[in-house]
Design a protein. Structure first.
Length: 495
């Protein structure tokens, strides 16, 4: 989980103004067309991030802002996805969002003239890696995405507790297994006489009350068409198996992991961060559905029971989640533990493995192995990073990000577009300042547990080169000081 650290409030529009006034911080004079494209792409992401923060939540914020920016520049957008039963807005595919940046990261013909200097980079990072705020053990890796070359490494193969940066691994595995356009279905099945309904959870933790209401309306319409106005309800959350409770126990950072839930089991109006959680997300969702069916004109007894749909039942209504690309982005931007655990279980389902913590661990590991990533010492005990038994290396995290930027794997691009933008979005919205060279140019996943801090992401350096990085620290005693030290490392890469 990412523990909140209080910092002075800064207006994001003031940050944009400061960035604009800073002008000369990134010199464009003398750059080749290729270099200019990459730097311009970075600046464009700064502006997009500012618009995103002003626009609001993830679904209408970061992704929409970046899509609009790309459309304004070239008049082309991403692939369109069909709107589901619940009326979700279509989401563009990720590759067009990064089109300007991808043009600067051409693995087929990297520009040697812009290649980073390994010796200079090591010299620049060395003192920052030694600061006491980074605790007792600190590791780091920097990769030149254009060539795949490891430019910097300290303890690259040392297994470390990653905290929430493990969500990068979870996201890569899910996208690799299912593709960015995959959607998770919640369905209603009816018996032959339509007198028994079964609400079947597919594992969508983002199903909300509006989606559930639309599902009830569609169900009522189907039953009324058959002359039925009264039924009983059964709910089926059997797609996931094993213990629902995360090993950390009851916690406001995650609900019991269930294939059927509404609003991530939140009992307040929040959509991210800690919140009071339901002890029975599936049962609560079913009971809410009973009331919504009543509102739609179908009388249902108020005591729905857990069960399975009969073999001769047939679907009468369906709600589809946002595309997996959007779920990945939300999980990374907001460090959403519930979505991350769902992504891990969906990966297990795709592999035909048990959809529990153990099955998800095996399925995610196998997916990453198929991508030929360095898994020595890795233990992906959960999908969210809340489990301290999680172990990854800086080499693995940086390699995951480099793979997500590889033109050979466009399906992984949402991992990059979902990374929080320094100073603007998600868990980096209150980090960095308007005067920092990293503001708007660092995109990174944060990780925070007591005594553990990590940061992994991408930057476009002053020569227009895309770098993937991962820095992990353990034995830290001050979260705020550790985070500032990690931010300084990423900023150094920009400069």
């Amino acid at each position: 989980m990412d523990e909140p650290v209080k910092r002075p409030s800064v207006n994001p529009l003031d940050r944009l103004g400061a960035l604009a006034r800073r002008g000369g911080a990134i010199r464009l004079n003398g750059l080749s067309d290729r270099q200019f494209t990459a730097v311009a792409a970075g600046l464009g992401l700064v502006l997009a991030a500012g618009v995103a923060l002003a626009a609001g939540p993830w679904d209408s914020g970061q992704r929409k802002a970046e899509r609009d920016w790309v459309a304004a520049r070239g008049g082309t957008g991403g692939a369109h996805h069909a709107v589901g039963t619940g009326g979700q807005p279509p989401a563009p595919s990720a590759p067009p969002v990064l089109a300007p940046l991808s043009a600067a990261v051409d693995n087929s013909a990297p520009d040697a003239a812009t290649a980073p200097d390994r010796t200079a980079l090591g010299t620049a990072l060395a003192p920052l890696m030694k600061v006491p705020a980074l605790g007792t053990v600190r590791t780091g890796v920097v990769i030149d995405v254009a060539t795949g070359e490891r430019l910097y490494a300290q303890g690259a193969d040392t297994p470390m507790t990653p905290a929430s940066t493990v969500k990068i691994a979870t996201s890569v595995a899910a996208l690799s297994a299912l593709g960015p356009d995959h959607r998770i279905d919640t369905t209603v099945r009816a018996s032959p006489d339509s007198r028994t309904l079964t609400l079947v959870g597919g594992g969508d933790p983002t199903l909300d009350r509006a989606g559930l209401r639309a599902l009830a309306a569609d169900t009522a319409r189907a039953l009324k068409g058959r002359g039925v106005k009264e039924a009983r309800l059964v709910y089926d959350a059997s797609r996931y198996s094993g213990p629902a409770r995360h090993p950390i126990g009851p916690n406001e950072n995650i609900a019991p992991v269930s294939a059927l839930m509404t609003d991530e089991g939140r009992l307040d109006s929040s959509d991210s961060g800690p919140a009071p959680r339901s002890d029975d997300p599936a049962g609560d969702t079913a009971r809410t559905f009973v009331g919504l069916l009543g509102d739609a004109g179908i009388a249902v007894r108020p005591d729905p029971a857990a069960g399975r749909a009969a073999g001769d039942s047939r679907p009468v209504a369906r709600h589809r989640s946002a595309p997996l690309s959007a779920l990945v982005e939300r999980a990374l931007t907001n460090s959403d533990n519930d979505i991350a655990e769902a992504l891990a279980r969906q990966t297990a389902v795709a592999a035909g493995a048990p959809a529990d913590f153990a099955g998800a661990r095996r399925a995610v590991t196998e997916r990453l192995a198929a991508l030929r990533l360095p898994l020595t010492g890795a233990n992906l005990a959960d999908g969210s990073g809340l489990n301290r038994k999680d172990k990854v290396t800086a080499g693995l995290l940086a390699g995951l990000l480099a793979s997500a930027a590889d033109p050979a794997h466009p399906e992984l691009r949402p991992v990059l577009t979902g990374l929080p933008v320094a100073g603007f979005t998600g868990t980096l919205s209150d980090r960095y300042t308007a005067k920092s060279a990293g503001t708007g140019l660092v995109r990174a996943k944060t990780g925070t547990l007591t005594g553990v801090n990590s940061l992994a992401g991408t930057v476009v350096d002053a020569r227009g080169r895309l770098l993937a990085f991962a820095f992990l620290a353990s034995g830290t005693t001050s979260p705020s000081e550790a985070q500032s030290s990690l931010d300084a490392l990423a900023t150094r890469l920009v400069r």
